[in-house]
Structure formats: structure tokens, C-alpha cells
Write a protein that binds this ligand. Structure first.
Ligand SMILES: Nc1nc2c(c(=O)[nH]1)N[C@H]1C(S)=C(S)[C@@H](COP(=O)(O)OP(=O)(O)OC[C@H]3O[C@@H](n4cnc5c(=O)[nH]c(N)nc54)[C@H](O)[C@@H]3O)O[C@H]1N2
Ligand SMILES: Nc1nc2c(c(=O)[nH]1)N[C@H]1C(S)=C(S)[C@@H](COP(=O)(O)OP(=O)(O)OC[C@H]3O[C@@H](n4cnc5c(=O)[nH]c(N)nc54)[C@H](O)[C@@H]3O)O[C@H]1N2
Ligand code: SF4
Ligand SMILES: [Mo]
Length: 724
């Protein structure tokens, strides 16, 4: 028996864990690490099941190759040769543009994801790059890009110090937060209220977060932009603004907000005009306040306008980049280069639907179009890393058919699942316990400045590849170096690039130094650790990997500090309140004012013991309250004469689902969790708890126009009784 410490890699909360392992390397218990200065011993049921997930007998241990419809275990050499041949054939026949890549949610959580995604995309030489960002947070990037000039400059609510927290479209008591890393979010909300602060939640469901708040307001799905505009209107009309940063565009904003009076928007969003005005006044009156929003307003038809208006509220009330308001994290690592030109989307457009590129990628909502539509540039091959788009992307079943038609597909994934079943080759990453862990991305959105590194708990077996080595091999294959290229050669190239750049950058701690000498001074047991060491040394705290190893519970780097104007990259050098691209989209909102709402609207629902599509094969995480059911208000059940099951129809598909009457949901709204629909896969527990794929109903033809982001919330549906 021994104990080990590591960060939980599952969700954005980055909890520190304390593990017990037996002498075979099996995890026998998982507890919260009480000595982690950030998570202080917090753990959720998913983290507590990490040992079971790690030991899941259905996880793939060796590569699989599909031949004539049958799966065969293969050596790494055979698998990479097959990948080399498969990609070569497609590129030779159809060109590089015919290869697409998809990077799924776990690439935000692994070390290999953030470090090799760019290199692999570049080596593939295609503009058909897709990721979970366009089924998640792309509207946030676009809004930040146009407002502060940097799409990665995402502010987080300073929840430990705020006096008033307005939450729209997020349920952090169950999701544990997102684009806002705050372990024990529920405890932090309790503390907020204990010190006299207020929490208001706007959500079409009375969620566990709403139940833990001072006030909850139902909002009709998809209409937050109206509500937010109504609040902006109130602040401006009543002279309640206290702008204390340099801004541009206030007059334009005032002009735009004029028509969106609380009275005008109230019938659209279903929130009373007096409530809209009152919450706006409370926000202005609070000593400090923060408005926070996530999936409910991002994966929505006006996703980017929502993100923009949320920050407009933070700015108008003097809470942007202020303690107790929303603030920018100062992470320990040196980040990507800062923008050198004004931010814009649409550097290229998708071939079939003309949807704009943003952050170098295209919307997943159009991947099926790109595969199915013949012509120059048609996608014929896919490299999918840590993603299950058949379950997680809008119009999932259609995408399944499209994947089946590809000439070649390779997946990096530990499971044979709804998506990887269409691959020709599956390359499995090692067990979770065999991976080093550092949250390059999540540590940029922590509510305190904090850092923690976890070395692998269990070593790789002889001949086994790390995820970084798999990604490096794919990159080298894509660049034409062949199946037997040495993965460490890519790491050395990346290190040379990082160190070479730093020695030539004025003001860098490495300016004018010798890159070879610097390379020799780096420490780490693998390429990713060496790169991490370099990024830490170049980072704002001058830490080293050795420092992090010496502090295995993590290091608290202090409360967030104001960071403007250092974070600003707009052409004007001010924060833009009315960027022209966003302003132009207001006409779409304006048109919607006159349209009658659909009778029933579908929204999603995250469940405490699920994590998107891939934890349902763990016994301790399925069953009980974790079921794929349709939440519906009892009023609607009676009105529609529904029994135990309902047939739900949308513009893109239909499903028969178990009905779960629930008075916590607004009448006229139904909620179905995503991530289910596991029929026909070899995972033993998941296939017994299959559920249905919610993305059968979501419509890939409808996106947030500015970001191309998928719309999962506010999908018009009709319901009829169904017999099963
Ligand atoms: N209807 C609806 N759909 C949604 C959402 C919604 O709210 N409603 N939410 C959306 C959001 S926010 C997101 S982020 C997406 C997520 O959707 P995806 O990005 O597709 O991610 P997951 O469903 O989590 O699938 C993760 C895949 O990665 C694999 N995996 C797990 N760990 C590792 C690892 O360490 N390495 C590798 N290589 N693979 C690994 C898993 O086996 C699984 O196949 O779903 C979106 N889909
Ligand atoms: N347990 C668990 N935790 C997770 C995940 C998980 O699958 N399970 N997934 C992780 C991922 S990938 C992400 S991105 C985060 C997401 O983190 P959150 O955004 O906190 O997650 P959700 O539970 O989807 O919260 C969205 C809320 O928006 C509400 N909503 C729906 N439509 C609307 C609308 O039109 N307006 C408003 N105002 N509200 C609306 C929904 O009822 C729901 O309560 O969670 C992460 N953490
Ligand atoms: S809240 Fe997230 S990070 Fe913390 S233990 Fe649960 S799954 Fe892991
Ligand atoms: Mo997500």
C-alpha cells in the first residue's frame, strides 16, 4: 500500500486528490487532498470514482485496427504504419484539405492536448480543424476577442470576494464550474452568502445552484440577450453606471439599448419587467458584483451577444477587472503569443455553408456537411483525438453516417465507443494514473492564482506509449516523416522553438542567452515535462518544475489582481463596448422581438455523476438519479396527456424518451441530458445504461451566427404520448 497525490483530470475544478494504491498499482481509495491550498479536500462523486475509471476493464490497452469490419489488436508499429498509409493515400488522391481533425473536451485537460494540438493541425496542413470549442465556449472567445482584443482573455468571477453574484445559464453546484476553475463551487457559494453576499440565478430550471441561491428567476430558453439588454437599458436610463476603465462605444451602446426596455423584453424572455429592472439596480448598488454565465447562454442562438452583454454589465457597473468583480487570472506558465493584429473571425470560411473560422477552427455543426458534400476539398479522412462527436455534436446520428463513409479515420481514445467504432485505427492513451498532469488551460481561469503539477502515479509499461508520444507520432506522420520517426525529435523541435523565441524576445528572462545552454538546464522526465519546465521558467512567477515537484499539494499564488491595461489588445487601446461585428448581429435580435415563441423548447441538463459522454461505463456513476430522462413540468404532462414515455420531435429528428415530471422546470420547457445513447458498443456497463442521444434532436443547421457555435438550448420541439 502507498499513497500518491494528483490533480483530478475530469472537470474544470482541478481538485487535488489523495490516492491509495496497492502493490499492483491499483487504486484502492480516492479522497480529496486536504492540504491542497485551493481545493482543501473537496471531492465529488466523479473524482471519488477515478480509481474505477482508471481500472475499467473495457479501456483499450493496445491499438486496434479494423479490417473487413472486424477489430484486431495490433502492435504500435503496425498501427502507425496503417495510419501512415491511410493518411498518405487520402492526401495523395484528394489533397491535404480532405483531412479533418477533431479535438474533444479531454484535450483541454491532458498535457498532450494543449501542447500538440497546434503542431498536429499544422502538420496536417488543412483548414478543416474542429474542436469541442464550437459545441461549447466559442461565443465567449469571440466576444472577448472583439471587446478586449484577445479571444483568450477570459475573465472569471471573483467569487471569494464578491458581494453579489448573478449566474445565468450555469449550474456550478452540479458542473463544478466551467471557464471558472473553483474547486468546491458549492462551498464557495455558501461562503459568499454567509458573509452577507447575494446570489441570483437565471435559469429555465430551478437547479441545485438556484436552490442554493437567494433568488431564482425562470427565463425562456434562448432569450437571455433580451433580458441582458433590458438590464443594460435600465442601468443607462437610470444613470446607474460607474464605468472606471477606459472604454469606447458607450453612445452606440446607449443607442442600441434604447429599444430593449424591460417592458418590451419581458414577454419575450418570460421574466417580469420589474424583476429585470430590480436585478439591474441590485447589481449597480452592490459594493462589488459579478455576472457569470456558461453553457446555457453559450450554446444558444444568440451565444456571442449573450457573452458580450454579460461583460457589458460587468463594465457598466464598475466590476470589470476589479476585486469582487470579474478578473483575469495570472497563471504560472508563459502563454501563447499575444495578438499582433486586431482580432477577427472569418479568416476563412467553411466550404459548404460558408461559416466563419474562429480561433483557427471551423464549427463542428458543419463537419457532416463537409464530409457528405462532394467537390474539391471534401473531407475524406478524420483524425479524432479525445472526442465523441457522434454523441456530443448537434445532429449526432447524421454525423455517424458521415463518419462511416470516410476513406480513413484514426482516433486517439481509450474506448471503442459511438464515434471510434467508425475508425480504421484506435490508438489508446495510457491509464489515467500513468499520465503526468498539468492543467495548462484550466489554470488560466482559476479564481485564485494557483499551480500544481502531478507526476505519473504508475509508470508506463515497457513498449507502451504516452499520449504525448502518440500525438508526436501522428504529427510526424502527418508531416511526412514516416511511421518510424522518433517522437522525441518533435519535442526537441518544439523546445528549440520556445527557447529560441525567448532568447530573441526583448524583456524575456532569456533574452540574449544561448538556447543550447538553456535546453541543458531544463529538467523533466518526458518531453511534456521539459516543455512545462520551460514555460514555468518563462512565466511571471519564475517557478521551475522542481519547485512544483517540491510542493505536491499545489502552490497558492495569491488572490487575483487587476490586470488591465496589460490584457488589452484592441486597436483603440480601450475596452470596446460596441464592437461593430457584434452591433451588426443585434438586428437579428431585433427581428426576433416580433416572432412568437415556440410552444415547447428543449434544453440540456448536466448531471453530477456524468461527464459528457464517457463516464457511463463505471458502475458507481450510473443508475439511481443518474438516468437519461426528460424533465417536464407536470402542467405540460397533463396538458399534453403524456404517460411514461413521450415522442419528442424536432426539425432534425425524433426520440422516444422516459418522462420525468418535475416542477423545477419552467412550463413550456423540457430538459434532456446529453452524453447518453450508448447502444451498440462493447462497453458493458454503458450499454446496460444506454439512454438516448439528445443530439438526435439538436439541429446542426442552426448556429450562433457570429461564432458558428452549436445551439443546444432553446431547440423547438413537439411532444406526443408514446407507448413503449
Ligand atoms: N446536447 C448537448 N450536447 C453537448 C453539450 C450540451 O450541453 N448539450 N455540451 C457540449 C460540451 S460543453 C462539450 S465540452 C462536448 C464534449 O464532447 P466531446 O468533446 O466529444 O467530449 P466527450 O463526450 O467528453 O468525449 C470524450 C472522449 O475522449 C475520450 N477520452 C477520455 N479521456 C481521454 C484521454 O485522456 N485521452 C484521450 N485521447 N481521450 C480521452 C473518451 O473516451 C471520449 O471518447 O459536448 C457538447 N455536447
Ligand atoms: N457533473 C458534470 N460536470 C461537468 C460536465 C458534465 O457533463 N457533468 N461537463 C463539463 C463541461 S464540458 C462543461 S462545458 C461545464 C458546463 O458547466 P455549466 O454551464 O455550469 O453546466 P450546465 O449544467 O450545462 O448548466 C447550464 C445551465 O443552463 C440552463 N439553461 C439552459 N438553457 C438556458 C437558457 O436559454 N438561458 C439560461 N439562462 N439558462 C439556460 C440549464 O438549465 C443549466 O442549468 O460542465 C463541466 N462539468
Ligand atoms: S469536481 Fe471535478 S475536478 Fe473535482 S473531483 Fe469532481 S470531477 Fe474531479
Ligand atoms: Mo464543455
Amino acid at each position: 500500500m502507498r499513497t500518491a497525490l494528483r490533480t483530478c483530470p475530469l472537470c474544470d475544478a482541478v481538485c487535488g486528490l489523495k490516492l491509495t494504491l496497492d502493490d499492483t498499482g491499483r487504486v484502492t481509495s480516492v479522497k480529496g487532498d486536504p492540504d491542497d491550498p485551493f481545493s482543501k479536500g473537496f471531492i465529488c462523486p466523479k473524482g471519488a470514482s477515478l480509481g474505477n475509471l482508471d481500472a475499467d476493464p473495457d479501456r483499450l490497452r493496445v491499438p486496434l485496427i479494423r479490417k473487413d469490419g472486424e477489430w484486431h489488436e495490433a502492435t504500435w508499429e503496425e498501427a502507425f504504419e496503417r495510419v501512415d498509409q491511410g493518411l498518405k493515400d487520402v492526401i495523395a488522391t484528394h489533397g491535404r484539405e480532405s483531412v479533418a481533425a477533431f479535438f474533444g473536451n479531454p484535450t483541454f485537460h491532458t498535457m498532450a492536448g494543449p501542447l500538440y494540438r497546434g503542431a498536429l493541425s499544422q502538420a496536417l496542413g488543412t483548414r478543416n480543424i474542429y474542436s469541442a470549442s464550437t459545441i461549447d465556449q466559442m461565443p465567449k472567445h469571440v466576444a472577448c476577442g472583439y471587446m478586449v482584443g484577445d479571444p483568450l482573455a477570459i475573465s472569471v468571477p471573483d467569487i471569494d470576494r464578491t458581494d453579489f453574484l448573478l449566474i445565468l445559464g450555469a449550474n456550478p453546484v452540479e458542473s463544478n464550474g466551467s471557464l471558472c476553475s473553483a474547486p468546491d463551487f458549492p462551498g464557495r457559494l455558501k461562503d459568499l452568502r454567509r458573509r452577507g453576499g447575494k446570489v441570483v440565478v437565471v435559469d429555465p430550471r430551478r437547479t441545485r445552484t438556484a436552490a442554493a441561491a437567494d433568488e431564482h428567476l425562470f427565463v425562456r430558453p434562448g432569450t437571455d440577450a433580451f433580458l441582458l439588454f433590458g438590464m443594460v437599458h435600465t442601468l443607462l436610463a437610470e444613470g446607474l453606471t460607474t464605468i472606471d476603465i477606459e472604454v469606447n462605444g458607450l453612445d452606440e451602446l446607449r443607442h442600441l439599448a434604447q429599444e430593449f426596455t424591460p417592458e418590451r423584453v419581458a414577454p419575450v424572455c418570460g421574466v417580469a419587467a420589474e424583476d429585470i429592472a430590480r436585478v439591474a439596480r441590485q447589481l449597480a448598488a452592490a459594493r462589488t458584483a459579478a455576472v457569470y454565465t456558461r453553457i446555457g447562454t453559450c450554446t444558444a442562438e444568440f451565444g456571442t451577444l449573450n457573452q458580450w452583454l454579460v461583460d457589458v454589465l460587468n463594465i457598466l457597473t464598475g466590476n470589470f477587472d476589479r476585486p469582487g468583480g470579474v478578473m483575469f487570472t495570472q497563471t504560472a506558465t508563459f502563454g501563447p503569443p499575444k495578438p499582433s493584429e486586431p482580432y477577427k473571425t472569418g479568416s476563412w470560411h467553411s466550404r459548404v455553408r460558408g461559416l466563419p473560422e474562429s480561433l483557427g477552427e471551423l464549427p463542428v455543426a458543419t463537419l457532416a456537411d463537409e464530409i457528405e458534400t462532394p467537390g474539391e476539398g471534401q473531407v475524406r479522412a478524420l483524425v479524432a483525438v479525445a472526442g465523441n462527436p457522434v454523441v456530443s455534436a448537434p445532429g449526432g446520428p447524421r454525423l455517424a453516417g458521415a463518419l462511416e463513409s470516410l476513406d480513413f479515420m484514426v482516433c486517439v481514445d481509450p474506448y471503442l465507443n459511438e464515434t471510434t467504432r467508425y475508425a480504421d485505427v484506435i490508438l489508446p492513451p495510457p491509464r489515467i494514473m500513468q499520465m503526468p498532469h498539468y492543467d495548462f488551460l484550466l489554470l488560466t481561469v482559476t479564481v485564485r492564482n494557483y499551480t500544481r503539477f502531478s507526476p505519473p502515479v504508475v509508470p508506463l509499461e515497457p513498449g507502451q506509449l504516452s499520449e504525448a508520444e502518440i500525438m508526436a507520432k501522428l504529427t510526424l506522420i502527418a508531416s511526412g516523416a514516416g511511421a518510424d520517426a522518433d517522437p522525441s525529435s518533435l519535442d526537441e523541435m518544439m523546445l528549440a522553438g520556445i527557447l529560441g523565441g525567448a532568447t530573441q524576445t526583448p524583456g524575456s528572462p532569456y533574452e540574449g542567452m544561448d538556447p543550447a545552454e538553456l535546453r541543458a538546464s531544463l529538467e523533466g522526465d518526458s518531453g511534456v515535462e521539459l516543455i512545462l519546465d520551460a514555460f514555468l521558467r518563462l512565466g511571471p512567477y519564475g517557478l521551475t518544475l522542481a519547485d512544483l515537484r517540491a510542493n505536491p499539494h499545489g502552490i497558492d499564488l495569491g488572490a487575483l489582481r487587476p490586470r488591465l491595461p496589460e490584457m488589452l489588445f484592441t486597436a483603440s487601446g480601450r475596452v470596446e463596448l460596441a464592437p461593430p461585428v457584434l452591433v451588426a448581429d443585434v438586428s437579428r435580435l431585433h427581428d426576433r422581438l416580433a416572432e412568437p415563441p415556440a410552444e415547447m423548447l428543449l434544453i440540456g441538463r448536466r448531471q453530477l455523476r456524468s461527464l459528457n459522454s464517457w463516464l457511463h461505463n463505471v458502475e458507481t456513476l450510473v443508475g439511481g438519479s443518474n438516468q437519461c430522462t426528460l424533465h417536464i413540468n407536470p402542467e405540460d404532462v397533463a396538458r399534453l396527456g403524456l404517460g411514461e414515455h413521450a415522442l419528442v420531435r424536432s426539425a432534425s429528428g425524433e426520440l422516444v424518451v422516459p418522462v420525468e415530471p418535475n416542477d423545477a422546470i419552467m412550463p413550456g420547457v423540457v430538459s434532456l441530458p446529453h452524453g447518453w445513447g450508448h447502444a451498440g458498443i462493447p462497453q458493458r456497463v454503458a450499454s446496460q445504461n444506454a439512454g438516448v442521444n439528445a443530439n438526435t434532436l439538436t439541429d446542426e443547421s442552426v448556429v450562433d451566427v457570429l461564432s458558428g457555435n452549436a445551439v443546444f438550448n432553446g431547440v423547438p420541439v413537439t411532444l406526443t404520448p408514446a407507448a413503449v
